[in-house]
Design a protein around this ligand. Structure first.
Ligand code: XMP
Length: 507
């Protein structure tokens, strides 16, 4: 499989570069900027891309790649800060400029190489403080904007390119075409990253694992797909455990048990841990503490199961690529945003080795894999749900009353979206609740009731998200049903914050 390596210099858009490239069926992987050259070499990349980043090449300690990377004879494309690294490395100059943020018109000066077929001009997304002041010897200007004379440069002989704008951002017109030109025409990479091939390779790789594999399944698509892939490879050496932690959606535990028993032939055990989790969460209000408690209880339950049903050699997890990036375990400059408990959380536990067959995949890629291996349609379209469940959708202490409110209100949100044919079009939709109360009038009486927050978002991979503009009439219907059907709720609000700066979950 041909590979493109993207070195991460800390831009919020770094992961999008991989995303766009994989969309046209070439495998791209994000690596920390200081990945040793031998490791990059081992991957035998067809091309290397330097991402943008917040630093200035003249800062002390500015991130730079191993300088021998330029001798690899592999095509290189630098984006924004990556462009400045290239200019600086080949002897050009960088200067501080007025910050340029937003869309500019890029005029194409040479429509060959990465700008082949792009036309005379396109709108390009800029987000930078520094800029090139001149170009290094051997480079030509292939594109400019009003403010940046050297917005796109090329040394076609060395196949090194630098662009000041961000082709990976949707606001750049023909940005994907520019990346395609680099990856397909300059690097000559084959479009051989297909999910069919992924399934074939994973099953082959997993079949080499020794001993028994323990897999915690949540009923979500990630752990289900991970389990089914492993089952395909090693059959009954896989044992799946599903824990009802008391933090699941309405009727979810029964639905998951039925789904596994009716559809799959995997070895499946359900454990009722409701009491255990909820008593440990008693009076815990800090979200990270909640995650820790939930994580620890999972460990306790799995430890017991493993002692009674082992020995196991492997613990399987449905970790995805965005979890890996967001948890900071990719060692890139992206900082830890939340401790997703399912990533890197159990390193020494019971000496089990961790098997993460999906850790290179984005969510939509997992959906494609799910389809290929026969996951039922209703699970395929089910929205993602966080591992710590309703504990992170309930702000403040997790109480029985707040659990009931979120469960019923979320069910109403889901039902109404389904009725309006919108459920499958949005990324996630739920109702959250906290301790804030608002006054309402019930009959002739004033009463204080809970405020429910409805969160519905659009997203492609959960790394960014936009709040969904649903019709007012639908909001009204949801709101009416929630206040009518749940005694304790007086107010319903709609969350209109996007990610960033917000996150999808309230905690
Ligand atoms: P945020 O809230 O970080 O969510 O924008 C991004 C995606 O991750 C899910 N999420 C979690 N999943 N453990 C999980 O397994 C967690 O602690 C966790 N927190 C958030 C969230 O539902 C969304 O899909």
């Amino acid at each position: 499989m041909d590979k493109i390596v993207v070195l991460d210099f800390g831009s919020q858009y770094s992961h999008l570069i991989c995303r766009r490239i994989r969309d046209f069926s070439v495998y791209a992987e994000l690596l920390p900027f200081d990945t040793p050259l031998e490791e990059i070499n081992k991957m035998n990349p067809k091309g290397i891309i330097f991402s943008g980043g917040p630093a200035s090449v003249y800062d002390s300690g500015a991130p730079v790649p191993d300088e021998k990377i330029f001798q690899l004879q592999v095509p290189i494309l630098g984006i924004c800060y990556g462009h400045q690294i290239i200019v600086n490395n080949f002897g050009g100059k960088i200067k501080r400029a007025n910050k340029e943020y937003g869309s500019s018109v890029l005029t194409i000066d040479s429509d060959s190489g990465i700008l082949n077929g792009i036309g005379d001009s396109v709108r390009a997304w800029m987000s930078h403080g520094d800029e090139a002041e001149d170009v290094p010897e051997g480079f030509e200007i292939i594109g400019h904007t009003e403010n940046s004379r050297y917005a796109a440069i090329a040394n076609k002989q060395k196949t090194v390119f630098g662009i000041q704008f961000h082709p990976e951002v949707v606001h750049t017109e023909k940005g994907t075409e520019i990346l395609k030109n680099f990856v397909l025409n300059v690097c000559n990479a084959n479009q051989d990253w297909t999910m069919e091939k992924f399934v074939e390779n994973s099953v082959e790789n997993i079949s080499k694992v020794d001993g028994n594999v323990l897999c915690g399944v949540s009923g979500g698509i990630d752990s289900t797909v991970a389990a089914l892939l492993i089952h395909k490879a090693i059959g009954d050496r896989l044992k799946c455990v599903f824990v009802d932690n008391g933090l699941l959606r309405l009727n979810e535990a029964e639905e998951i048990e039925n789904m596994f028993k009716e559809n799959f032939e995997v070895n499946f055990t359900k454990i009722d841990g409701q009491e255990q989790f909820l008593s440990k969460l008693n009076r815990v209000v800090d979200p990270e503490e909640k995650r820790k408690v939930v994580g620890e209880e999972f460990v306790n339950i799995f430890t017991k199961f493993s002692k009674e049903n082992g020995p196991f050699t492997w613990l399987a997890q449905g970790t995805l690529y965005p979890d890996v990036i967001e948890s900071g375990v990719s060692k890139g400059p992206a900082s830890v945003i939340k401790t997703h408990h399912n990533v890197g959380g159990l390193p020494d536990w019971l000496n089990l080795k961790v098997l993460e067959p999906l850790r290179d995949l984005y969510k939509d890629e997992v959906r494609k894999v799910a389809k290929i291996i026969g996951v039922p349609q209703n699970l395929l379209v089910r929205h993602p749900f966080p591992g710590p469940g309703l504990a992170v959708r309930i702000i403040g202490e997790v109480t029985k009353n707040k659990l009931d409110i979120t469960r019923i209100a979320s069910k109403i949100v889901e039902e109404e979206l389904q009725n309006a044919d919108l459920y499958e079009k949005v990324w996630q939709a739920y109702a959250a609740v906290g301790d804030d109360k608002a006054v309402g009038v019930v009959g002739d009486e004033r009463k204080y009731g809970n405020i429910v927050m409805i969160r519905i978002v659009d997203s492609i991979d959960a790394m960014t998200a936009d709040w969904t503009r649903i019709p007012n009439e639908l909001l009204e219907k949801i709101s009416n049903r929630i206040t009518n059907e749940i005694d304790d709720v007086t107010w319903v609000s709609y969350v209109v914050s996007s990610k960033p700066p917000a996150t999808i979950e309230p905690q």
